[in-house]
Design a protein around this ligand. Structure first.
Ligand SMILES: C[S@@+](CC[C@H](N)C(=O)[O-])C[C@H]1O[C@@H](n2cnc3c(N)ncnc32)[C@H](O)[C@@H]1O
Length: 217
């Protein structure tokens, strides 16, 4: 077992995070015990940051104690691993537009204690203006204006030199154009606001997706 990023381990091909809530699963993932610690297997077919790590990502800035604004948190599959990594001293403000998903997320949040569900539209950050300044903004709301959404939220909530991660889904932006062209167009917008630290395509785990790790300029 090797720690590849703070709070993220690798055992063979498996990516793991240390379970914050002993014995508890979030999406049917495998639990592994090693000495006295319990780990949850982070499935790259179910979660884009895990896909990026499986593809060889070198920059993953999430750490213990961080405050995170998560746009498009859904029912908390990926957020549960972020919650393991940031631990009890961190917090995830999870914005989600679907009431159904928020209901499922509420159960995960209750158990974990470091996820704050917010039923809102990520296009309207003024509706959750009470959120504190954060160390990282993560954007996985699949809309045709994904880049504009992360830029607007980062302007409002991200601390100076804070980190931002976006999962670009080309089919949400324009199904008719080649993915490469869309990546280029979105990266050009993002570069006006962020320093791009790394970009990585997620095939074969997620087709036509790219994860981009950035830092506020
Ligand atoms: C790909 S799913 C997120 C999966 C989740 N990030 C994970 O890895 O566990 C995209 C989510 O974004 C939400 N969404 C779409 N548009 C949104 C918006 N404008 N504001 C907030 N959430 C939005 C959808 O309801 C959906 O739950």
């Amino acid at each position: 077992m090797k720690e590849i990023f703070p709070g993220v381990w690798k055992k063979g091909d498996k990516i793991l995070t240390e379970n914050l809530v002993l014995g508890s699963r979030v999406y049917g993932e495998e639990l592994i015990r090693e000495k006295k610690t319990e780990y949850r297997v982070w499935n790259p077919y179910r979660s884009k940051p895990a896909a990026a790590i499986a593809r060889g990502l070198r920059n993953f800035p999430l750490k213990e104690g961080m405050k995170v604004l998560y746009l498009g948190i859904a029912s908390g599959t990926t957020a549960s691993h972020f919650s393991d990594i940031i631990g009890k001293n961190g917090a995830i403000y999870g914005v989600e537009i679907s009431e159904r998903s928020i209901r499922d997320l509420n159960h995960v949040a209750e158990k974990r204690g470091n996820i704050i569900p917010i039923l809102a539209n990520a296009k309207k950050p003024e509706d959750y203006s009470w959120v504190e300044p954060v160390d990282l903004v993560y954007q996985d709301a699949a809309t045709d204006d994904q880049s504009e959404i992360i830029i607007r939220n980062a302007e409002r909530f991200l601390k100076p030199k804070g980190f931002a991660i976006i999962s670009i889904k080309t089919r949400s932006i324009d199904v008719t154009r080649p993915p490469r062209e869309i990546y280029r167009q979105e990266l050009a917008k993002l570069e006006n606001h962020f320093q791009i630290l790394e970009k990585i395509e997620l095939d074969p785990y997620e087709k036509d997706h790219m994860l981009v790790v950035m830092r506020k300029k």
